[in-house]
Design a protein around this ligand. Sequence first.
Ligand code: ZN
Ligand code: FE
Length: 261
Amino acid sequence: MNVAPEVTPIPCLKDNYAYLLRCPSTGQTGVVDPSVAQPVLKVLRDKGWGLDCIFNTHHHWDHVGGNEELKQQFPSVRIFGHQSDEGRIPGLTDGVQDGQVVGFGAIRGFVIHNPGHTTGAITYVWGDAAFTGDTLFAAGCGRIFEGSPQDMYSSLHQKIGSLPPETRLYFGHEYTEKNLEFCLDVEPNNHKAHVLLKEVRKIRSEGKFTTPSTISQEFATNPFMRTKELEIQKRVRELEPDADLSPVSVFRVLREYKNRF
Ligand code: ZN
Ligand code: FE
C-alpha cells in the first residue's frame, strides 16, 4: 500500500525528533529514531498502542539510544537500519540496503542509502513522507562525519533530491531557525528564506515544530540544495577565493563554513 503512515512527532532530548508511525488500516506501529525511550513510551501509553517496529536512520546515539529499552518493553519489536550498521545499531534485526522495500502493517515503501553524515545513513520513504535523519534538515544538512563532500552532495541532490517536490521531509533535529540564519548569510536576497524565517520564529515562539518540510521548500531555501545560485557562488568566492565553482566544491565550502558559523 503506497500511502504514508500517520505521523506523530515526539520531541526528545534538546532538539531531536522521534516520529511515531501508525498504519491506518492495520493499526500496526513504528517509531523512527527513538533517541530515548521514555517520551515514546509515554505517547504509546496515552494512545494505548504497542510497538511493532523501530526504524533507525543511522547509528548515532541520539537516534538509537532508546532501542534497547523499547525492546525490553516490546520484545518482538523489529529494528531496522542499514545492513552495514550491524554491530553499531543496538538490537538490529533487519539490515536493509538501497532501494529495498520496507514497511509495516499494510504500508510498503523503500529505503534510500544516503551516505555522508555516516556511511550507513538511510532515508525511509512511505508514500509522500520521507524520514531523513541527520542527512537533510529544513534549510540545512548534517555534518560530514564519514564520507566525502561528493558523497553528501550526491545523497542530497541525486538521491533525496529526486523525490517528488511535494514529498514531506521529517528531519532529525529542530535546527530550522539557525539554518535559515545561515541561509541568509550566504544568500541575503533569498526572499522565500526571509519569509520562512519569520514564520519559523513565530512557530517556535509558540512552542510548535517546524517539521515537516518539503522537497520544494528545500530547493527554495536550503543553501546546500542551491549550489548553482550566483549569489551563493559569489559568497563562496569571498570565503575561499581559490575555490572552483563546481557544485560539489561550492557545497564543500558551504559545509565547512557552516561548521564554524
Ligand atoms: Zn547523527
Ligand atoms: Fe542527530
